[in-house]
Design a protein around this ligand. Structure first.
Ligand code: RNT
Ligand code: ZN
Length: 419
């Protein structure tokens, strides 16, 4: 499509939205300001660069063997830059501790900011903020299925020290880049089968976390977040860090709470948890992902739940209190395409939320006019929001519609195929 056609379609859409009392220019401005944190681990199936022979553990799985996965920090950066070329709007990048960039062999309780200096330089070049995660899986000391809640004090100590080391790195990101790094703590701890003592591991986890986050860090640099889960592969019966555990933890300790869309019962949705949790927790982190029958971490699709999540943020004006992160890892398709599809879908859902005729909907609801509410909501789906999206891509110099796909295919044929 030609530029003029896209602009003309946008102008028409703008008028139709105006008639509903929606300002598309305002929506575009807000979309441009709302960052999506793209996770580095889609680029290499959550392997990281600690050692080439480490297998992914912790009850999560990246299935598929599509060729061309990044195996070095510089390959991963080049791949992410390629994805960024096709993603309009504000981006951040989310790193895990196993993505350190160094030639020395360094244990996880010994990692330092210097091991991530190249990432900071890169983030400065890209003009993006960084987020961080300690890695409490894919390691021999996680093989018993316990880390911060391990019965052995020495194992707990190792992981506590790892989290402490990670907080320093996270604060370094925030300080260097002028935007707080959200550091998310997820642990795989749990049991496969009927569990006798469900309390003691939780008692150990609470005190390990308290110790790990005891040092005060300026919230302008770093925020701690904790992520709950329902179950993992091999931990089907019991998860130490359950939803209730972490909601209570975040509320009493003042940390952020991470809600992962794949970490609940299949009909339970995080979109409904955002407003409730926002009453008790100052900051929320979202892991936007698509669970297919289980926590399968499929690429984010433009589905009802993704749209509901974004609507909850926008309707309640929670942009400053909710960090939007992505968390999927599909190894069965081109990994750059996975990033592009998933991130653009999150942004499309966000834009659609910004274009909602919220005032009219709210008025209808307050007047108990549920007929109007449903009618307007359903009609809103076929409003020309996509013309606004195309225009957003155009003014941000990224391909409109599927035009990015052949460019990813070119990159696959030239760069990925040579790996
Ligand atoms: C696992 C959690 C966690 C991880 C990443 C790699 O179930 O969702 O967020 O996916 O940290
Ligand atoms: Zn997650």
């Amino acid at each position: 499509m030609k530029d003029e056609q896209i602009t003309a379609a946008y102008r028409q859409a703008q008028q139709r939205y105006q008639a509903l009392g929606v300002d598309t220019e305002e929506a575009l401005k807000k979309l441009a300001q709302t960052a999506i944190s793209m996770h580095c681990w889609q680029g290499d199936d959550v392997k990281g660069f600690e050692s080439p022979d480490i297998a992914l553990s912790g009850g999560i799985q990246a299935t598929g063997n599509y060729p061309g996965a990044a195996t070095t920090p510089s390959q991963l950066r080049t791949d992410m830059e390629k994805a960024f070329e096709f993603i309009p709007g504000k981006k951040r990048m989310n790193l895990h501790a196993i993505y350190l960039d160094t030639d020395e062999k360094v244990e996880r309780d010994q990692i330092e900011p210097k091991h991530f200096a190249s990432w900071v330089e890169w983030a400065k070049e890209q003009n993006i903020g960084l987020d961080f995660n300690p890695t409490l899986f894919s390691h021999p000391l996680a093989d018993d299925g316990f880390t911060l809640s391990h019965p052995d004090e020495k194992v707990r100590r190792f992981w506590i020290d790892h989290v402490k080391a990670c907080r320093k790195i996270s604060a370094y990101f925030g300080k260097e880049l002028g935007t707080p790094s959200v550091m998310n703590i997820w642990i795989p701890d749990g049991m496969k089968d009927q569990t006798i003592d469900r309390l003691a591991p939780r008692e150990r986890l609470i005190s390990a976390l308290d110790e790990a986050i005891a040092e005060k860090i300026d919230p302008n640099y770093h925020l701690d977040a904790v992520e709950s889960k329902l179950f993992g592969i091999g931990a089907e019966a019991y998860t130490v860090g359950s939803n209730e555990f972490y909601l209570g933890y975040a509320a009493t300790r003042g940390t952020a709470l991470c809600l992962d869309a794949g970490h609940f019962h299949p009909t339970e949705v995080i979109s409904d948890k955002i407003s409730a949790c926002s009453l008790y927790v100052q900051h929320l982190l979202l892991h936007v992902t698509r669970p297919v029958r289980w926590d399968s971490d499929h690429v984010v699709s433009f589905d009802d739940e993704t749209q509901s999540i974004m609507r909850e943020i926008v309707r309640n004006d929670l942009q400053d209190r909710v960090s939007i992160g992505l968390d999927f890892f599909d190894a069965s398709i081109n990994r750059i395409a996975a990033w592009v599809i998933g991130t653009r879908n999150a942004q499309k859902a966000l834009l659609k939320a910004y274009l909602e005729p919220y005032q009219q909907l709210q008025q209808a609801e307050q007047a108990f006019d549920y007929t109007t509410r449903l009618a307007l909501l359903e009609e809103a789906h076929s409003m020309p929001w996509n013309a606004v999206w195309d225009y957003f891509c155009q003014i941000n110099d990224v391909p409109v519609g599927q035009a990015w796909l052949p460019l990813v295919k070119d990159y696959e044929a030239t760069v990925l195929a040579a790996r």
